[in-house]
Design a protein. Structure first.
Length: 63
């Protein structure tokens, strides 16, 4: 019985540590995403057309 309680405590400790790590990593990723989005600018249609000017289409659509 004592061994089962010890295993249960260990399990809860592992779950708590993993949850703490996941919450921390998600918050770091969210902060990085917000930082990245603040760097982006609104682009015009002409700028996007120039960017995708030489891109080939690989959709395998036969007409």
């Amino acid at each position: 019985m004592a061994e089962e309680k010890e295993n249960s405590k260990t399990f809860y400790l592992i779950v708590a540590v993993c949850a703490f790590l996941v919450i921390g990593l998600v918050s770091i990723l969210k902060a990085r995403e917000t930082e990245h989005l603040s760097y982006s600018e609104n682009t015009s249609v002409q700028q996007e057309a120039k960017l995708y000017e030489g891109v080939k289409d690989y959709n395998n659509v036969f007409e």
